[in-house]
Design a protein around this ligand. Structure first.
Ligand SMILES: [Mg+2]
Length: 263
């Protein structure tokens, strides 16, 4: 870690009540493992987050997983969990859908019900994620896969939803701009920290980096710190857009320890 970064973290540690700690989970707090359900946040890191959540203005985890999954992974109550592409958050045990997306809940439910009736018997798996839904067709014939895509596109668009196709999966979500960047902005607007850092390791984290910079330029934040986590698969943009690059989950732990002035 550079001397400058060290000095900055020390300086922030003087008054944590003005600091927002915002972080990705997978690949940042939890090492990447072959299947996502085996992910784990190391105990030491969890303890540091617990300590910081009691002293910082806010500690928030922002993940592509659902907010519920994110909260189960970390398992701390004092943290805000933003999940599902920025469409929902969990705090104090309650899941909240962002106001712009909430009106689309019935459309998502209607699509899920139709998909269960039409595509379920063909072998597709309908994953219900609250305010979004994913229809998986990896384990069916390509003919059935095409049918799934066509069905979700047609019905989803009729219901006013945004449809995206991935590998073996078609997703429906509200036609509302939401990502890790919008999550960062909402948190800063709501909790009014003076300084904020974001830690991430992947392309979707760049939206959060970008928003931090925008908030600083607008005067909403006085200081920001974009921390990139280096791993084998890290996109080059993450390291080039970071103020500080750390080595894996251990590097993240070092940053948080410095902030907590613990050792
Ligand atoms: Mg990640």
């Amino acid at each position: 870690m550079s001397k400058q970064a060290r000095e900055q973290l020390k300086h922030w540690a003087q008054d944590l009540s003005t600091v927002a700690v915002l972080t990705d989970i997978d690949g940042t707090l939890a090492p990447i493992v072959p299947t996502p359900d085996l992910s784990k946040v190391p105990k030491e890191l969890r303890e540091l987050l617990r300590c910081l959540s009691g002293r910082c203005r806010i500690v928030a985890a922002i993940s592509g997983r659902t907010a519920e999954e994110a909260s189960q992974l970390i398992g701390l109550e004092g943290i805000v969990y933003y999940g599902n592409h920025g469409f929902e958050l969990l705090r104090g045990g309650e899941v909240e859908v962002i106001p712009e997306a909430a009106p689309y809940r019935t459309a998502i439910e209607e699509l899920q019900e139709k998909a269960r009736e039409e595509l379920g018997p063909l072998g597709a798996f309908i994953e219900e994620k609250g305010i979004t839904t994913s229809i998986h067709y990896r384990n069916v014939s390509s003919e059935v896969g095409e049918r799934c895509k066509a069905f979700v596109k047609r019905e989803g668009e009729r219901l006013g939803l945004r449809i995206t196709v991935g590998r073996g999966v078609v997703e429906a979500r509200p036609p509302v701009h939401a990502d890790k960047g919008t999550s960062v902005r909402r948190l800063v607007e709501e909790y009014s920290p003076e300084r904020a850092l974001f830690i991430g390791d992947d392309t979707t984290d760049l939206d959060a980096f970008r928003e931090l910079e925008a908030l600083r330029e607008e005067g909403m934040l006085t200081e920001t710190l974009r921390i990139g986590v280096k791993s084998n698969e890290v996109p080059s943009e993450i390291t080039s857009k970071s103020d500080l690059v750390v080595d894996g989950v251990e590097g993240v732990e070092e940053v948080l320890r410095m902030l907590a002035q613990d050792g």
